[in-house]
Unconditional design. Sequence first.
Length: 405
Amino acid sequence: MVWNIKGDILSGLVVALALIPEAIAFSIIAGVDPKVGLYASFCIAVVIAFVGGRAGMISAATGAMALLMVTLVKSHGLEYLLAATVLTGILQILAGYLKLGSLMSFVSRSVVVGFVNALAILIFMAQLPELSNVSWHTYAFVVAGLGIIYGFPRLPLVGKLIPSPLVTIIVITLASLALGWDVRTIGDMGILPDTLPMFLIPDIPLSFETLQIIFPYSAALAVVGLLESLMTATIVDELTDTKSNKNRECKGQGMANIVAGFFGGMAGCAMIGQSVINIKSGGRGRLSTLFAGVMLLIMVVFLSQWLSLIPMAALVSIMIMVSIGTFDWGSIKRLKTLPLSTNIVMLSTVAVVVWTHNLAYGVLTGVLLASLFFANKISHFMYVEHTLNEEGTVAYYNVVGQVFF
């Protein structure tokens, strides 16, 4: 086993800084206090570092999961959300023991490519609010940040020592303080918590009525969480040319969500954007995920005064880099050479995900179309063998292949 301590620690620090504004934003989407998303990101990242099935993958509070919580929070409040989070974890552990992670082998390559491209588009679209109705200072910082991200690694000697996204955050923050420009910062996103998360049991009645309320939400959260996590694991497998244990990842996600629910956090899952940042910044092992979670909590609770000074423009430039790096640009060239059915599956997956902002709908659409095209393909591989008995009085017909009625 080869240790990658420096790479894991530096990449974990970059991920922790990038997680904070996203966790706050996802909390706002779900309609809860920012600390709910931050506590969830800490708990999930730390737990999954030990029990997950994919080393180097980052799990935390996510937008896809936050969208599913809105109605529950509005109608029943935070306590029911925490209970739904715990139940989500239980359902995911059950899925792991039922070996549902193995079903990923039935997801075609075209669906995975469509998922990746759609996610790259969504990541870029998520940065647009930070680039709307702002001064030219913000655009200048974003352009400068992209210049550092792509230019710093080319420098001799120092270019390979420190991840360029971390350099970007430091340089842009110092430049903002020195120039005194009025730009949006992490501190403008919301009030950061000043206490550590504490163990608590959701204050809800333990009744069948309560189960009826939270179960539909928990089932949806469990499905979307596992789908996004397993797809992300597949992508990280390809980026690192290594294999992951999908069934262990199902159980790990479940354990992480149970812990998050009991420590005041909302349900989460793997994050492809942060996972790509981690891999691109040199993170490969479980230490990167663990360090990201621990540093997230330390910075939020103890260094919030300094953390709140980081311009959002620095983080926007990092996420734009992630969007560019995530998109499979080769898939555009391959449209000319791949079969029409493969292209339809990929483009449909992209269209549905971008239109609905729901990764699960897009993947299900892609899998369904791929299945129909496969059924149509194998239906052509059918033939009938004709034989006669010795007397030539009886004919036998043997149908070979799939028969559709």
